[in-house]
Design a protein around this ligand. Structure first.
Ligand code: HEM
Length: 480
C-alpha cells in the first residue's frame, strides 16, 4: 500500500485507484423514505469498496495472472466485484443533511439546471430550460450505486444483495430505482479503447504521495485536487469534518454516433504525398483527438502512428505542447487532449492548471458497430461512454473543462494562437447547435485551413453531479 498519509480505508475505491472492471452498472435511485433509507444504508456501508481494497483486488488479479502464466495456462478471470455510492445535492436535501459547505455551485444546482450552460440541446431558457435528455435524467436523482466487476453475473448478484438490503420490491422499500445503465469494456483488442477506436484512460493526474514513481508527463497534483479537505483543495479550510476524503463525481451519459464519425473522418482524410487513403484518414482522426487510435500522442509522433510509443508508459504521456505553443503543426489547438489538458499552453504563460485536472473513471456501453450500421453509415444501436470523473470542485474540474475550454472556439487563446482553434471536435458544444463552426489545424501543412464541424457525434442524454463521501461520513453522518 502506498505510504501517502491518506487514509486509504476511508476513501471510496473508484476515486483514487479505480475499481478493476470489465463491466460496471450505474444504478440511479430516488429516496422515498429518508429515515428508513438511513437505516438501510447502515447495513449497506460494509459493502462499500475502499481504495485499500481495490488496490488489493489489483494485486490478486496480478498474482493470479502470473500464476496462470507460470503454469502455461491462459489467465483466467477471478471473480471481483466492487460497490461505491454517491449522492446528489437533492439526495442530501431529502436526507436532511446540510451540504452547503460543499460550496460547489455546479453541485448545488445539479446538472439538469447546468445543462444549458454545458451547451446541451433542449427547450426553454434559464430556469425553465429542459434538456433534450432521456426521461430518467429529467427526474430528481438522489444517488447512484456504482457496481463494477469481472462479469455480469457477479455484478447482478451484488445488485440483488443491495436491493435486498433496501427492501426493494416490498412495502418497506426506502428508495425507488430510476434507471440502471450497464457499461462494458469493449471486446478483444479494443478492450481499452472507446467506441471511436482510440485508446482511452492513458492520461490521468498522478497524485502526490499516492502514485509512487509516476511516469514522466504532466506535473503530479496534490491530493486535494481530487479529495476534499486535503492539501490542494481550494476550500480546504471551509469543509466540515464529514466532507473530508470525499470527492465530487460528474457523470454524463454520452451517446457516440460511430458510423457517422467514421464517415466524417473518411471524407476529410488528409491527402498528403505518400499517404494511402487509410493513412490519410487515420492522420485526420488522430488530429481530432490528439492521439492515434493506438494511444500514441500526435505531439510526439505527428505523421506516423507509433504503437511502441503508445504502450510505453515512460513515453506515452510525456509531452507538453511546449515546442509548439504558438503553432499547431504537431497537434491542433482544438484536439480533444489539448483542449482538456492544455499543459504548457497555459503553464508556460504562468497559469497553474492543477485545479482543472480530473480523474476519469468512465466505461463504454452498447454493442460493437454492426455490419448494417457500417453499410448504412448510420447509428442504429445506442452506444457510447458512461463518462465519470472525480474532482474536489466541479466548477473548476468537469464544468470548467467543458464550458471554458472544450466549448470555447477561441481556446487556447492569447497572442500565441495565430488561428482560431474552434471547439473540441469530440465533445465541444455550441449552445444546442448541431453546427459547431470551424476547426483549424487539421492539416499540418496549412494550419489556417479549416474543416466544418457541421455535425455532432457525442450526444449528451443525461447526467448528474454527485458527491462520493468517505466511508466514515457514510457511517457516521449519512446513515446516522
Ligand atoms: C482524454 C475520448 C469525453 C476529458 C481522452 C482520450 C480519448 C478521449 C481517446 C485520450 C486518451 C487519454 O489520455 O486517456 C473521449 C470521448 C468522449 C470523451 C470519445 C466522449 C464520448 C470527455 C469529457 C471530458 C473529457 C466529457 C471532460 C469534460 C478528457 C481529459 C483527457 C481526455 C481531461 C486527458 C487529457 C490529457 O491529460 O492529456 N478522451 N473523451 N473527455 N478526455 Fe476525453
Amino acid at each position: 500500500t502506498p505510504d501517502s498519509g491518506l487514509d486509504l480505508r476511508n476513501i471510496q475505491g473508484d476515486i483514487l485507484s479505480g475499481m478493476p472492471k470489465k463491466t460496471e452498472t450505474f444504478y440511479f435511485f430516488q429516496i422515498t423514505d429518508a429515515p428508513t433509507f438511513r437505516q438501510h444504508l447502515r447495513a449497506f456501508v460494509p459493502l462499500v469498496k475502499t481504495v485499500a481494497q481495490a488496490l488489493k483486488d489489483r494485486d490478486d488479479i496480478d498474482k493470479h495472472k502470473k500464476k496462470d502464466e507460470g503454469h502455461g495456462n491462459k489467465p483466467h478471470v477471478i471473480p471481483i466485484v466492487g460497490v461505491n455510492v454517491s449522492f446528489s445535492h437533492f439526495g442530501f436535501v431529502k436526507l436532511g443533511i446540510d451540504d452547503s459547505k460543499l460550496i460547489d455551485p455546479a453541485f448545488l444546482i445539479g446538472q439538469r439546471q447546468d445543462a444549458q450552460g454545458l451547451g446541451d440541446k433542449g427547450t426553454g431558457d434559464g430556469e425553465s430550460f429542459v434538456p433534450d435528455w432521456d426521461d430518467a435524467f429529467k427526474q430528481d436523482i438522489h444517488g447512484v450505486f456504482i457496481v463494477s466487476g469481472d462479469s455480469h453475473p457477479t455484478v447482478d448478484k451484488k445488485i440483488q444483495d443491495i436491493e435486498k438490503l433496501f427492501k426493494i420490491g416490498t412495502n418497506a422499500a426506502s428508495y425507488k430505482k430510476i434507471v440502471s445503465i450497464r457499461g462494458d469494456v469493449r471486446p478483444g483488442d479494443q478492450s481499452a479503447h472507446e467506441h471511436f477506436g482510440y485508446l482511452d484512460g492513458v492520461s490521468n493526474p498522478a497524485i502526490i504521495g499516492f502514485d509512487k514513481n509516476p511516469p514522466p508527463g504532466p506535473k503530479p497534483v496534490q491530493a486535494g485536487v481530487i479529495l476534499l479537505g486535503q492539501e490542494g483543495d481550494q476550500n480546504k479550510d471551509g469543509r466540515e469534518p464529514w466532507m473530508i476524503d470525499g470527492s465530487f463525481l460528474a457523470f454524463r451519459h454520452l451517446l457516440q454516433n460511430v458510423p457517422e464519425f467514421d464517415e466524417f473522418v473518411n471524407k476529410n482524410r488528409l491527402q498528403l504525398p505518400g499517404l494511402t487513403e487509410k493513412e490519410g484518414a487515420d492522420l485526420f482522426g488522430a488530429r481530432l483527438v490528439g492521439r492515434w487510435k493506438s494511444g500514441a500522442p500526435v505531439d510526439l509522433t505527428p505523421f506516423l502512428d507509433d504503437p511502441d510509443l503508445a504502450t510505453d508508459p515512460l513515453r506515452n504521456n510525456n509531452f507538453h505542447f511546449s515546442a509548439e505553443r504558438d503553432f499547431q503543426k504537431l497537434c491542433p489547438f482544438a484536439a480533444h487532449v489539448r483542449k482538456t489538458n492544455p499543459r504548457a499552453d497555459l503553464e508556460e504563460l504562468g497559469f497553474s492548471i492543477d485545479r482543472n485536472r480530473i480523474l476519469r473513471r468512465g466505461i463504454q456501453f452498447g454493442p460493437e458497430v454492426t455490419r448494417a450500421e457500417r453499410q448504412q453509415k448510420k447509428t442504429l444501436h445506442r452506444r457510447g461512454l458512461l463518462f465519470a470523473c472525480y474532482q474536489s470542485s466541479i466548477a473548476s474540474g468537469f464544468q470548467f473543462i467543458q464550458k471554458s475550454w472544450a466549448n470555447n472556439p477561441d481556446f487556447p487563446f492569447g497572442e500565441q494562437t495565430p488561428e482560431t482553434p474552434g471547439v473540441d471536435p469530440i465533445i465541444g458544444q455550441l449552445r444546442g447547435q448541431t453546427d459547431r463552426g470551424l476547426m483549424s489545424g487539421t492539416n499540418p501543412n496549412t494550419p489556417a485551413t479549416t474543416v466544418s464541424l457541421n455535425d455532432i457525434w457525442v450526444i449528451p442524454r443525461g447526467g448528474e453531479y454527485f458527491f462520493s463521501p468517505s466511508v466514515k461520513a457514510l457511517r457516521e453522518t449519512i446513515a446516522a
